[in-house]
Design a protein around this ligand. Structure first.
Ligand code: UD1
Length: 423
């Protein structure tokens, strides 16, 4: 379909002034998606404030309505209710489109006694098995069977247990929180993920009537309750969206203040930006970054929270490609998350990848080229690289960008970037 490429929506990015100004950060996509799954457990309406109409949010909405739940998104608030839950098998094409759709599994088992799911999809960033989700469900008493590329999980009543996660998977921790909060008795999740989005899910579930303690630490204790009610909750701000704009500000040598952020959630990135030579100041709900000189190269290792987030690894490459000296990045969370490297090289970046480590030799400037985004965060990385590339950078593959960034180009233009969209 090469010939069709000319008609795909694209962003035309040109290098321009340093980015300057203020931006409001949206609610976190990765918090919203599990919260939407949690709505399936509630007896009553779950209202989530300030939800942006991201593609992934709309896909999750379709997953829920395909199961008989109600989903409405008005004025940036999502309303969900699951009184008439009927289906136990979300459609294959939706599950394939987005890995987070697997999060409906535990609530379906709780509500209907059974869930059937195709193997989940999502960004093509390596092998993302769901073994930990399923092992945990078995520990809670569910029966797991495979066949025809689908997995079926059944339990008439889940029973609390002590579960050790071999790896602090975010998705598995969320699945097991959703499963355990109405299981009979007590569940201990050991080596749980500590990500802020896990804490946000636990906070909302507690508002709904669950008894969860220790979210945000490696050991979470859940005391099963009989039922959960609806509530109103505001999801946490998107630390990955915020981080993307902080990196954009730095690589253009600008000064940007972000509002509606939790600076503590951005600490790993702020520390690295400071190490590179930028100034970062934070106060309640705000973070400001200023970078007035070429930044220094860095050594960065991605890790589970509070380590450096894998989701900011690709955007950071745009900065390191232009930094002074050599940088080394090790990706330890996903085994194949360097899909942006080939495209950045086409723009003149000097990057060598060996296994999970990438060495980046900073260059003075990049050169514009037609590039195609291979996944969500890589899409942001390519737009950012375009902000410092001579000539025009034409970014296609915008369907990836729109999964997780709300109006990225408009927000960058508001800060002074030269970007235009062509449909
Ligand atoms: C979530 C985020 C994603 C982020 C990732 C890591 C959402 C919707 N997505 O994805 O943006 O990049 O956390 O911060 O919140 N693994 C297993 N077995 C399992 C589950 C995971 O081996 O059963 C492995 C994965 O292959 C991967 C690693 O664990 O290598 C991390 O995955 P996980 O933490 O589960 O990420 P997600 O929840 O999919």
């Amino acid at each position: 379909m090469e010939g069709m490429e000319g008609r795909k929506p694209r962003l035309i990015v040109k290098a321009g002034r340093p980015l300057c100004g203020f931006l409001q950060i949206e609610a976190a996509k990765n918090a919203i998606l599990p919260l939407m799954a949690a709505a399936l457990l509630a007896d009553g309406k779950l209202k989530l404030r300030r939800v942006p109409p991201l593609q992934d949010v709309l896909t999750m909405g379709r997953v829920l309505t395909s199961l008989g739940a109600g989903f409405g998104l008005t004025d940036q608030a999502a309303e969900l209710e699951a009184g008439n839950l009927m289906g136990e098998e979300p459609p294959y094409e939706l599950v394939r489109a987005m890995r987070a759709s697997f999060l409906v599994m535990a609530p379906l088992v709780t509500r209907l006694g059974r869930a059937v799911l195709a193997l989940p999809g999502g960004c093509a960033i390596g092998n993302r098995p769901v073994a930990l989700h399923l092992k945990g469900m078995e520990a809670l008493g569910a029966k797991v069977t495979w066949g025809n590329g689908k997995v079926s999980v059944e339990a008439s009543k889940l029973m609390g247990n002590r579960i050790y996660l071999d790896y602090p998977s975010v998705g598995a921790t969320e699945t097991l929180l959703l499963a355990a909060c109405t299981a009979r008795g007590e569940t201990w999740l050991d080596n749980a993920a500590e990500e802020p989005e896990v804490v946000d899910l636990a906070n909302c579930l507690n508002l709904m009537g669950a008894h969860i303690q220790g979210a945000g630490t490696k050991m979470i204790r859940i005391e099963g309750v009989r039922w959960l009610q609806g509530t109103t909750h505001t999801p946490i701000p998107d630390r990955i969206e915020a981080g993307t704009y902080l990196i954009a500000a730095c690589l253009t040598g600008g000064e940007v203040t972000l509002e509606n952020v939790i600076p503590e959630h951005l600490h790993a990135l702020s520390a690295k930006l400071q190490q590179a030579g930028a100034q970062v100041e934070s106060s309640e709900g705000r973070i400001r970054v200023r970078a007035s000189r070429p930044l220094n190269g860095l050594e960065v290792v991605t890790m589970p929270y509070p380590g450096f987030p894998t989701d900011l690894q690709a955007p950071l490459f745009a900065l390191l490609a232009l930094a002074r000296g050599t940088s080394v990045v090790s990706e330890t969370v996903f085994e194949n998350r360097y899909l942006h490297v080939g495209e950045l090289r086409r723009m003149g970046a000097q990057i060598r990848v060996e296994g999970r480590a990438a060495t980046i030799c900073g260059v003075e400037s990049l050169s514009g080229a037609p590039v195609r985004a291979p996944d969500l965060r890589a899409a942001a990385a390519l737009v950012l690289a375009g902000l410092r590339a001579e000539g025009e950078t034409e970014v296609t593959g915008l369907e990836h960008l729109e999964r997780g960034y709300y109006r990225l180009e408009e927000k960058l233009v508001r800060l002074g970037a030269d970007i235009r969209r062509e449909e």
